[in-house]
Design a protein around this ligand. Structure first.
Ligand code: GDP
Length: 280
């Protein structure tokens, strides 16, 4: 929804929609959004006369910023110390792309990252991974494990982490097969962070996905992928921010944001420009 269109009618519909969507949500999530609604209503009730329209917009903007602010990251890697980060999420959500973006981001900053694929389930997974890494110009980062014919993803992951630890890599990024029953996988690796990657456009199903993954693995951060330009898809943007609200209110979000398919389309998440973009 375009911020300029927010008035009492839009606000009232929005608050109803959010409440409706939250009927099946957790208590913590419900409380967070209920507080947000209460804050907006309180601020708007205090506004008088011709300033009301502007006050509504300001309140909506500020409350979205508050709720979407990732705050302190759940994990911060240290240069010179090996950290292991695993990416989970449904197939097609954007895991591999996001994994290569992370590696590229840190490589550009002079770190020694590496990434490998522990997906033995999908036919041609290694070839796809190779193609994406090549596309993202990360050829130096991934080559070690590509010839691995091992069929057990747990073994590949354990071997991969060991191999790269010996090389004193700062960051080891592990791409996975996109299935939420990954507990065995994650149990055998000493991970510093598990990132759940999800796509915004599938709407409320993202919440169920996050829950399913959360039951199996200890998710430490969430990355939301927007695969289309919000400006071109205004009708969908209502959904987007509701999804964001839902996901962010029960999970720690990643401090990064992916803005496109290419490796350089990845930046540190700054909540104000993001909310402006979402509500423009
Ligand atoms: P995976 O199966 O979870 O590893 O997902 P992929 O990384 O293969 O991504 C699936 C599709 O989404 C590919 O066509 C990617 O190019 C596309 N994609 C991934 N991340 C982004 C993003 O941030 N923006 C856009 N526009 N497309 C993306």
């Amino acid at each position: 929804m375009v911020l300029a269109q927010w008035d009492e009618k839009v606000l009232s519909k929005y608050l109803n929609d959010v409440s409706h969507m939250l009927l099946s949500s957790s208590d913590a999530q419900f409380k967070l959004v209920r507080d947000m609604q209460a804050n907006i209503k309180r601020i708007v009730n205090l506004a008088a006369g011709h300033n009301k329209h502007r006050t509504i917009q300001q309140a909506v903007f500020n409350e979205h910023c508050k709720i979407l602010d990732p705050g302190k990251p759940s994990f911060t890697p240290k240069k010179g110390k090996t950290s292991v980060v695993i990416f989970v999420g449904l197939q097609g959500s954007g895991k591999t792309t996001t994994c290569t973006k992370h590696a590229y981001y840190y490589q550009k900053k002079g770190w020694k990252p590496t990434l490998f694929c522990a997906d033995t389930f999908r036919a041609g997974a290694f070839d796809q991974f190779k193609q994406k890494c090549n596309k993202n110009q990360n050829s130096l980062l991934w080559k070690v494990l590509l010839d691995n014919m091992e069929s057990d993803p747990v073994k590949i992951a354990v071997d991969g982490v060991e191999t790269f630890k010996k090389e004193n890599r700062d960051l080891i990024f592990v791409d996975t097969r996109g299935q939420h029953k990954q507990e065995a996988f994650c149990r055998y690796i000493n991970t510093d962070l598990i990132i759940f990657v999800m796509e915004s456009s599938i709407g409320q199903a993202t919440f169920d996905q996050a829950q399913a993954f959360k039951i199996s693995v200890a998710i430490g951060a969430v990355i939301i992928i927007f695969k289309y330009n919000l400006q071109d898809q205004q009708s969908d943007s209502d959904y987007c921010y509701l999804v964001c609200l839902q996901s962010c209110s029960h999970q720690k979000t990643s401090p990064f944001i992916g803005t496109g398919e290419h490796p350089e389309e990845f930046e540190i998440f700054d909540v104000k420009p993001f909310v402006s973009h979402l509500l423009r």
